[in-house]
Design a protein around this ligand. Structure first.
Ligand code: FMN
Length: 351
């Protein structure tokens, strides 16, 4: 066999191997979304009626509907009597949740939203009697809601000045001086600081406020380095890392096939907030990729107890800053490569 034929055969063999690997990984993603999301519930108009399998899936339906009503109340002129079907479905899903899985704080949010809905429609004489009875009945069915004067939902009134007053901080200095850190001091990171960062990052927007994200914290060098043995991009600095936060997003939060990529978006946004929150607390960090094959993904989940319904978004290596250190410059693209300005309006969407 000639050298060039050998080379060509090797090339095609590698190509087929890479193609099959891609296919296998796409199947892995597809299978996970199919198994852990409740995508089929859309056939039943998002009403569970005992169909969804896990408490997380049902909570996602409840959160999404509560949010639909809450945001409709926050527009300039809400339409009196809006959303009857959504309200009915929300009540049914809330009752089902309580009967199947007991109380959860998200039920309080849903109930608070329903109370605001009731208030708004009573004011406009647009409250359906049957609906009013069903909302009031929730207090009888769910004892934890009894006499609860909840402030867990609704709208917040602002003046422009009040809103703007809270934005007067110099973010340019803050943003432009964050670097991915690959050198850390020996000082231990306090778990309380990590929790503070997690709390701050929880203000990250997420689809329907479903908050699919979660942080798995390995605080302290011993635990951190054990987690890092699963990650492939920390060579040369992993031993200096004090803590590792593994950011995940739970696929149980999603109930439509068009949301198949939403976990990556919500989880990615959350991870960025977390990095900035850590930066604001003086904790240096380095995002670490989780671009791995299914075998490695499963290995980490099995070893760490991260539920299989969670997609791992990335890890964040954390540590304190050394007195003197270096970082990679990682220069950004110029403005003309960063954005494209639309020069005319689009034709109206006809889909
Ligand atoms: C999702 C993600 C994964 C990353 N993975 C790694 C990694 O495995 N190892 C590493 O050293 N840096 C990693 N980085 C850091 C990037 O190299 C770094 O963010 C980029 O070069 C920009 O530099 P800066 O963060 O200092 O501004 C990752 C960043 C992101 C956003």
């Amino acid at each position: 066999m000639t050298q060039s034929l050998k080379y060509r055969l090797k090339f095609y063999f590698n190509f087929v191997q890479i193609f099959c690997e891609l296919f296998r990984q796409v199947l892995y993603d597809w299978g996970r979304f199919r198994k852990f999301s409740s995508y089929a519930i859309s056939i039943f108009y998002l009403q569970s009626n005992g169909r969804v399998q896990t408490s997380y899936q049902l909570l996602a339906l409840i959160q999404a509907d509560a949010h639909k009503i809450e945001k409709a109340l926050a527009i300039t002129n809400p339409r009196p009597g809006f959303g009857v079907a959504v309200v009915k479905r929300l009540i049914a899903n809330v009752l089902e949740y309580y009967q199947r899985f007991a109380f959860n704080s998200r039920l309080e949010i849903a109930y608070a939203v329903l109370q605001k809905y009731e208030e708004f429609n009573s004011l406009h004489n647009s409250l359906d009697q049957e609906l009013e009875d069903s909302i009031n009945n929730l207090e009888k069915e769910i004892i934890e809601l009894k006499n609860l004067k909840t402030q867990a939902a609704g709208i917040i009134e602002f003046t422009k000045q009040e809103y703007l007053d809270k934005t007067k901080i110099d973010l340019e200095e803050f943003f432009m001086n964050r670097y991915s850190m690959r050198q850390f001091s020996d000082q231990k990171v306090d778990l309380k600081d990590l929790q503070k960062a997690i709390y701050l990052a929880s203000k990250t927007p997420s689809v329907c406020n479903r908050q699919c994200y979660h942080a798995f914290v390995a605080n302290g060098k011993e635990k951190a380095s054990s987690v890092l043995t699963y990650q492939l991009g920390n060579r040369g600095f992993g031993d200096q890392v004090d803590s590792v936060i593994t950011v995940t997003a739970d696929l149980s939060c999603f109930f439509s096939s068009s949301e198949r990529n939403q976990a990556w978006i919500d989880g990615g946004l959350y991870a960025m907030s977390l990095i900035y929150a850590l930066h604001s607390l003086g904790i240096a960090s380095c995002p670490l990729n989780w671009s791995v094959n299914p075998k490695r993904d499963l290995a980490l989940k099995d070893a760490s107890g991260i539920p299989h319904s969670h997609s791992i978004i990335m890890m964040i290596a954390c540590g304190h800053i050394k007195d003197e250190f270096t970082v990679a410059k990682s220069k950004r693209k110029p403005m003309e490569e960063l954005c494209t300005i639309m020069d005319k309006p689009l034709p109206k969407c006809s889909l």
